[in-house]
Design a protein. Structure first.
Lengths: 381, 285
């Protein structure tokens, strides 16, 4: 029997590192469904959960997988699922339920090329806008984009911590390349890993309102079986959790769902700057494409272009302020991503005409080479 | 005056969110009766109500979770069972009751039903079958009798309805019963047995929907109840394949299946958990 935290140095794929990150974060329920290139997350955690007191179940489809992790979370157990494009589409319905019911959970999307069945074994980054708006209605979401197996380990822990702090589903938007690449992963001692758990209610059980925000703007969470007799619904509801079919109730609930994210952008948004201090042109990228971009920055600098990289670790909520600030002083932006312009549009929106924005995109199936990025920098600036 | 002012308490008040009453169910609807039977059964069964959860999907019956004064979850359309599955597996101490309608559980949620039954997840599923989609105004369902009129089968339903007990039995349910809301004592007793049965338990409750189903099929609320009295046969030993919904030939009611089989959690613990883990857990007790 292995411990929940596999302290030590390992050589593992991104998918496996993701599963280990989940276990280290305290995930004890996984509802899955096989899909390339995310299957290995489920396979690995299926073997590991029973030995650490957790439960794995392969559900009948991704709709059920997503529903099961929300149910498990409502029972008080940190839960996760993993999938790729087609399954991500099916999960959208219940991602909305987790948003509306403020249920913490983590959803991993190991992206492959689409639309539809697309290129099942070949990577892409084409689901970034689906991550933002894929479920119906207006809402805020948190999505993280790791660039290596080591980072996916940490970001999976981070995803759980954010999810537990802000009570919402957190998405890990990785890609086939990161999911399948094998690299060195160092797992620290368990006591050095910071994990967060949702705060529980205090005070009299009969006076508890399950959706009344606490001091940090997020409601403490009572679980099934704790004696609070809570009601939880995907209908528009008030602080008691009771359905209220009025415009006022809708406004109040939306203000709560959006506000808890919007008021905490500084805590949620993480980016990494590389040679950005004196950069004249900024590459914006994330996931595997950030690795391409890293090489492109060095190459461009050697060729006399003052390039820098803004790597998005948090893609949603989008780091608008950073792009706005950079737009005031740089010549322009180049967004590198394996789709035909999704985050690029966000960069363009935030640059708001103050600096031009270009795309180095790809329809999917392979990585973008650093040479293409350098060429684009030369042509654009 | 004082006597008039004195509020009479309904015997189920402690199990109801009385601040959410009146409910949304129409006059003549049978869901309230199925719901009351479920609450009485919960209390009579002696299960720990503090550890009892009601999970519903979407639809008229799906509103059940909103009225019970226990932990209650009103989920998405068709997804009450997979939600309940996650909840039960994450905390096997909970008694998880799914209360929902036929459209929710057997059309959009049909796949989840058969898989939860196959795994013998320890859930109690109560399905109010009112033969149509009531909340959206009376459309054809997977349970609508052949030739019956609905808004989307204006000249009659061309499709055969599910035999729900047969589906439950064939999928692996370990308790299967069918009653109507007229047979409240039998129904309540069955729900009680279903709650106490370890494993996937299914109770179908035939229920009138006078506003949407009845009025298009020349059947008012009292007609439905007369049909439930005159055209039903109680046969506890009936075979599941003899339970087709056909009011002309008569509908068979009863408790059809009660059997034992290891639950999903039993099998998971025995098959998947390392022996050292189970021994370690025992050591902790």
């Amino acid at each position: 029997m292995k411990p929940a935290v596999l302290t030590g140095e390992h050589f593992m794929t991104g998918d496996v590192a993701c599963a280990e990150g989940a276990l280290a974060a305290g995930c004890r329920f996984f509802g899955g469904y096989p899909i390339t290139p995310a299957t290995e997350v489920a396979e690995h955690i299926a073997g590991r959960l029973p030995e650490v007191g957790g439960t794995f179940i392969q559900m009948e489809d991704e709709i059920a997988a997503m529903a099961s992790i929300i149910g498990a979370s409502c029972a008080g157990v940190k839960s996760m699922t993993s999938t790729s494009g087609p399954g991500f589409s099916l999960m959208m319905e219940n991602i909305g339920l987790a948003i509306c019911t403020e249920t913490p959970c983590v959803v991993v999307n190991v992206q492959r090329a689409g639309p539809s069945t697309g290129l099942p074994t070949q990577g892409a980054q084409g689901d970034m806008m689906q991550a933002r708006w894929g479920s119906h209605g207006h809402y805020d979401i948190i999505a993280l984009a790791p660039s290596s197996p080591q980072e996916i380990f940490y970001l999976t822990i981070e995803a759980f911590n954010l999810s537990e702090t802000y009570r919402l589903p957190v998405l890990i938007m990785t890609d086939e390349m990161i999911g399948h690449i094998s690299e060195r992963v160092v797992i620290p001692e368990a006591k050095k890993i910071k994990t967060v758990s949702r705060p529980g209610p205090k005070g009299r059980k009969d006076r508890f309102k399950p959706f009344e925000p606490g001091a940090n703007g997020v409601a403490p969470m009572a679980h099934a079986g704790e004696g609070y007799h809570i009601h939880v619904t995907g209908l528009t509801h008030d602080e008691r959790g009771y359905p209220v079919m009025t415009v006022e109730a809708q406004k109040a609930m939306m203000a709560q769902l959006m506000g808890k994210i919007q008021r905490n952008l500084d805590d949620i948004i993480r980016t990494e700057a590389y040679r950005l201090e004196d950069a004249e042109v900024v590459i914006v990228s994330y996931g595997v494409s950030a690795r391409t971009s890293l090489a492109a920055v060095d190459e461009a600098r050697e060729q006399g272009i003052k390039a820098g990289l803004l790597r998005l670790i948090t893609v949603w909520p989008f780091p608008e302020a950073q792009i706005r600030n950079l737009a005031k002083r740089v010549k322009g932006f180049v967004t590198v991503e394996i789709n035909l312009g999704q985050i690029h549009l966000e960069v363009e929106r935030c640059a708001a005409g103050k600096a031009p924005s270009f795309l180095v995109g790809h329809p999917g199936g392979t990585i973008i080479t650093p040479e293409r990025v350098v060429e684009a920098l030369k042509e654009s600036f | 005056m004082n006597q008039i002012k004195k509020q009479v308490k309904h015997p189920l008040d402690d199990l109801l969110r009385i601040d959410r009453i009146p409910h949304i169910w129409c006059p003549g609807c049978g869901i309230g009766t199925a719901f009351s039977s479920s609450l009485i059964a919960m209390r009579e069964s002696g299960i720990d109500l503090e550890k009892t959860v009601m999970v519903s999907g979407i639809g008229c019956s799906g509103r059940g979770a909103g009225y019970v004064n226990l932990d209650s979850y009103h989920t998405t359309h068709g997804r009450a069972i997979p939600f309940a599955t996650g909840m039960k597996l994450a905390n096997p101490e909970l008694n998880v009751v799914v209360f929902s309608g036929d459209g929710d559980l057997f059309a959009i949620g049909g796949n989840h039903f058969i898989h939860a039954a196959r795994r013998n997840v320890d859930l109690t599923v109560i399905c109010v079958n009112n033969f149509n989609y009531g909340m959206t105004g009376g459309q054809v369902a997977a349970t609508t009798p052949l030739t019956a009129k609905t808004t989307t089968t204006p000249v009659g339903n061309p499709d055969t309805p599910f035999n729900l007990p047969l589906l439950a039995y064939a999928s692996g349910a370990t308790y299967v019963a069918r009653w109507t809301i007229l047979h409240t004592r039998d129904l309540t007793e069955s729900i009680e047995e279903a709650l106490l049965n370890r494993g996937f338990s299914f109770v179908e409750v035939l229920s009138p929907c006078p506003v949407n189903y009845g009025r298009r099929n020349k059947e008012n609320g009292i007609d439905s109840l007369k049909i439930y009295q005159d055209r039903t046969i109680i046969r506890n030993d009936a075979q599941p394949w003899e339970l087709d919904i056909d009011f002309d030939r008569g509908i068979v009611l009863g408790k059809f299946i009660q059997t034992e089989r290891p639950t999903c959690t039993d099998r998971y613990d025995n098959t998947c958990r390392p022996k050292e883990f189970i021994e370690g857990e025992k050591g902790l007790e």
